[in-house]
Design a protein around this ligand. Structure first.
Ligand SMILES: NC(=O)c1ccc[n+]([C@@H]2O[C@H](COP(=O)([O-])OP(=O)(O)OC[C@H]3O[C@@H](n4cnc5c(N)ncnc54)[C@H](OP(=O)(O)O)[C@@H]3O)[C@@H](O)[C@H]2O)c1
Length: 280
């Protein structure tokens, strides 16, 4: 990964954990100044110490900003102050996201659905809206974390896939507006990645979903982050981390969804069979 990010500033929402933190570590290694954004100040401070250990030079600034991306008043106020203090981002990575509604659709309340949509969609839309003006002069790069769930759908993911699918439509549209400004946009569709999000999700994830997710394989946050950094360096619009996911997506596209739906239906039927066969 040769290209340097020296004198570049990266803002990373969700930078205190998982994929966002792994991205921060790589970008710090490559010379970037980094602003980590998330809610918990304690987790942000721990992440800051971790990222500082990977930076190239003590002159690189690794700072934190505590805010809730779904609170637009907070985002506009705090991002304005961050630009004044830290400078506008050359790279804005939108990695903050939740899946607190991984369950059968019947069990998902309006409040659960709204929370996921609010954090995952408005929590991407508002930071970009707040920073677009200051980023224009720098021809800044916007990086949006969607999910493979937006490409294929997923049992038990009605709320999450709706939010990540919304990001796909959002990115397709925003790309047309950013291209004339020479501002690159990358949208990322990771399969399952081994992060704390998965631990939260596992508490309510139906076994059918577990069986389907096993088909895609499990990536590490470090591997995923490397592929995303490569996409940033190449200014790629579309980034699907992991060979297996790229292959499954190719099959999905070539068969107009027929192959992936047939195989997934089969895996789900088997998982239901296994569940009903369990004693007691
Ligand atoms: N892990 C996967 O399997 C997977 C697969 C595909 C796509 N993705 C996407 O990749 C992104 C990163 O996921 P991850 O697995 O790295 O998750 P993670 O380890 O749970 O990290 C999520 C990050 O987002 C922050 N966050 C959550 N809600 C927030 C809010 N309202 N305001 C500000 N920050 C908030 C968290 O910090 P605080 O809680 O302190 O705010 C944390 O820093 C997400 O958008 C996720 O949907 C993940």
């Amino acid at each position: 990964m040769p290209k340097s990010f020296k004198n570049k500033t990266a803002y990373i929402t969700g930078g205190s954990s998982g994929i966002g933190l792994a991205l921060a570590k790589i970008l710090a290694t490559l010379g970037a100044d980094i602003l980590l954004v998330a809610r918990s100040a304690q987790r942000l401070q721990a992440a800051q110490r971790t990222v500082e250990r990977t930076r190239q030079s003590d002159r690189q600034r690794i700072a934190t900003l505590s805010l809730d991306v779904s609170n637009h008043v907070q985002v506009y106020e705090k991002m304005r102050a961050a630009v004044a203090d830290f400078g506008a981002p050359d790279i804005l990575i939108l990695s903050a996201g939740i899946n607190t509604a991984a369950d059968h659709f019947e069990n998902i309340t309006p409040e659960m659905f709204t929370e996921v949509m609010n954090v995952n969609v408005n929590g991407v839309r508002t930071p970009i809206h707040a920073l677009l003006g200051p980023m224009k002069a720098k021809r800044g790069h916007v990086v949006i974390l969607s999910s493979a769930a937006a490409l294929f759908g997923m049992f038990g993911y009605t709320a999450y896939a709706a939010s990540k699918g919304a990001l796909m439509g959002f990115a397709e549209s925003l790309r047309y507006e950013l291209a004339p400004l020479k501002m690159p946009l990358t949208v990322v569709f990771p399969p399952e990645v081994d992060t704390p999000m998965n631990e939260t999700e596992a508490k309510t994830l139906p076994p059918q979903a577990r069986a389907v997710k096993n088909m895609g394989g499990l990536l590490t946050p470090e591997f995923t982050a490397k592929e995303i950094v490569r996409a940033i360096q190449k200014k790629s619009y579309w980034c699907v981390p992991g060979r297996r996911t790229r292959f499954l997506y190719l099959m999905h596209r070539l068969s107009n969804g027929f192959l992936s739906r047939t195989v997934t239906d089969l895996v789900i039927r088997r998982a239901i069979g296994n569940e009903t066969a369990k004693p007691g």
